[in-house]
Design a protein around this ligand. Structure first.
Ligand SMILES: Cc1cc2nc3c(=O)[nH]c(=O)nc-3n(C[C@H](O)[C@H](O)[C@H](O)COP(=O)(O)OP(=O)(O)OC[C@H]3O[C@@H](n4cnc5c(N)ncnc54)[C@H](O)[C@@H]3O)c2cc1C
Length: 511
């Protein structure tokens, strides 16, 4: 007998998102977090990508937006130092929200606790072992060490994942030599802010907002709002530093001087951080009853995409784990977590590695690459494409080639139902699978009825319907589609197969 159905190691954004999603799916997880409280340390300053669409589909976006400093920041993205301007796109594929990571974690913590998750802070996992039926976990609690057992354990314990190491899952990749430094500092009186956002600095002249490439690296500056400004450097040939010591203002000032070739006056430090990018991916996201998600499973060599990727790992995993625990999972369902999310991770690595190539190099050839890239991005289709790649909005899980919608994030169609107007987003707030009949297909609805204990059956009309019916998974991805006017003799068996493949055996007659 287990102490918990699922134990989550780590209460970062991934672990907390997973805890909330498991609760929605009817499973009460236990979260073990080594730190006694949420820490206000400088980490991500915002959330971007398809996770914001998912939060909207869960009915959480307005709540998150109300806690955000800027729910709709201008979409000018520094893609490897090249500017991608998505501000003028109608319905940009990339969404973003300014929210410090600690505030994000508080919201996710509140949601998970409200839904019934148990979160033990100050409890560090020190050992993990498993047999065919149980995972045993050694915990160093605030009072005494203890053991707990569980059916499944998920390591959401960040880049240096103990769970990953204890399970022996290789984490191959590269640590890049460039050193990144970020400082949020007050704007000193000697610096003048111009109307267009640029800075006028005695001795250095005008410094443009955004990124400036110099012989020693990349200098970035932005957001001189509310009396503070963000200053960023990347040095290609870094000076030695002590990784165990936090960055100081003199260290940051010296880095700015090396990159800019002159002194930029910096006020008081509000936030200082230093890091090297890594490019790694776990060889396996699952080992028996132990799974990995978030930074424990992948590290990307550029900012802005990691939270999106990790929190969406959690959304993909939660309903599959719940299916196992509630004994309706079809064979192989949990295995699709590795297949789909390792694929998503590889896409994120693709675009972040491309950013490494774009930001490296100070010779004419590297400058030419950046210029060609910048020129291509004048065209709207190219900007849309790169925006979708950054967001993960173009992600299509492999496996379903019979209709272009299968495997993609379900489009948010406007729906007319007998209960009024809604949209696909409005059907997924409870994270239940949905069979959506858009063409009065009683033949298909009758089949879906055999799965009515697991699948919501909804009927609606929509303008320009893309299909007669859709089967949508709890993570908002399309599992199956009946094409417009598809005859019953092909649609009916394919629907049965898809329902069985994703949601297990049908109800017993009379069940
Ligand atoms: C300076 C900086 C800026 C960043 N900016 C961005 C950005 O703009 N956008 C973006 O998307 N991402 C950004 N990131 C990356 C983002 O912060 C991470 O991707 C994110 O924190 C990963 O979340 P996670 O939950 O997977 O892991 P983590 O946030 O690392 O959480 C892991 C948790 O596990 C706990 N833990 C570890 N070991 C144990 C154990 N043995 N027992 C119990 N608990 C344990 C840890 O204490 C921690 O709370 C930035 C990171 C840094 C450092």
């Amino acid at each position: 007998m287990s102490d918990a159905d699922v134990i989550i190691v780590g209460a970062g954004p991934t672990g907390l998102m997973l805890a909330g999603e498991l609760c929605l799916a009817g499973v009460r997880p236990l979260v073990l977090e080594r730190h006694p409280q949420i820490r206000d340390i400088p980490k991500a300053s915002g959330l971007g990508g398809q996770i914001l669409e998912l939060l909207r589909y869960r009915g959480l976006l307005a709540w998150f937006s109300s806690a955000s400093d800027d729910p709709h920041p201008p979409l000018r993205v520094p893609f490897g130092g090249v500017h991608v301007d998505l501000t003028e796109l109608v319905e940009s594929p990339l969404h973003a929200m300014a929210i410090p990571q600690s505030r994000l974690e508080r919201l996710l913590d509140e949601r998970a606790c409200e839904l019934g998750a148990e979160i033990r802070r100050g409890h560090e996992v020190t050992g993990v072992s498993q047999d065919g039926a149980t995972v045993t976990v050694d915990v160093r609690g605030p009072a005494v060490p203890y053991q707990v057992s569980t059916g499944y354990l998920v390591g959401c314990d960040g880049p240096r994942s103990r769970v990953r190491d204890l399970t022996g899952i290789p984490f191959p990749g590269t640590t890049y030599p460039e050193v990144n430094r970020l400082g949020v500092v007050t704007v000193p009186d000697s610096v003048t802010r111009l109307d267009n956002g640029d800075l006028e600095v005695p001795g250095l002249g005008t410094i443009r907002t955004g990124f400036t490439r110099t012989e020693r690296g990349l200098f970035g500056f932005g957001g001189a709002n509310g009396g503070t400004m963000s200053v960023f450097t990347i040095e290609d040939e870094p000076v030695e530093y002590d990784d165990d010591e936090p960055m100081t203002l003199p260290e940051f000032r010296a880095s700015v001087r090396r990159v800019l070739g002159g002194d930029l006056p910096l006020g008081e430090a509000r936030r200082l951080s230093r890091w090297q990018f890594q490019d790694r991916q776990a060889e396996r996201y699952r080992d028996g009853r132990v799974l990995l998600a978030g930074d424990a499973a992948h590290l990307l060599p550029a900012t802005g995409a990691a939270l999106n990727l990790g929190m969406l790992d959690a959304v993909n995993l939660a309903w599959k784990l719940a299916a196992e625990i509630q004994s309706w999972a079809p064979p192989g369902l949990l295995g699709t977590y590795h297949d789909e999310r390792q694929y998503a991770g590889a896409r994120a690595l693709l675009q972040t590695r491309a950013q490494v190539a774009l930001r490296r190099g100070h010779d004419p050839a590297a400058d030419a690459l950046r210029q060609v890239f910048q020129e291509l991005l004048v065209d709207e289709p190219a900007r849309r494409r790169i925006g979708a790649l950054i967001a993960g909005a173009d992600l299509r899980y492999p496996g379903g080639n019979s209709h272009p919608l299968i495997g993609t994030f379900a489009p948010d169609l406007t729906l007319q139902t007998d209960r009024g107007e809604t949209s696909v987003a409005g059907l997924l707030d409870r994270a239940r699978p949905v069979f959506l009949d858009l063409a009065g297909r009683t033949d298909l609805r009758d089949i879906a009825g055999d799965w009515a204990d697991r699948v919501e059956i909804r009927t609606a009309k929509t303008d320009d319907r893309p299909a007669d019916a859709l089967l949508i998974r709890p993570d908002a991805h399309v599992a199956w589609v009946a094409a417009v006017s598809e005859p019953a003799d092909t649609a009916a068996p394919a629907l049965r197969e898809a329902l069985t493949h994703w949601f297990g055996a049908p109800l017993e007659p009379g069940g």
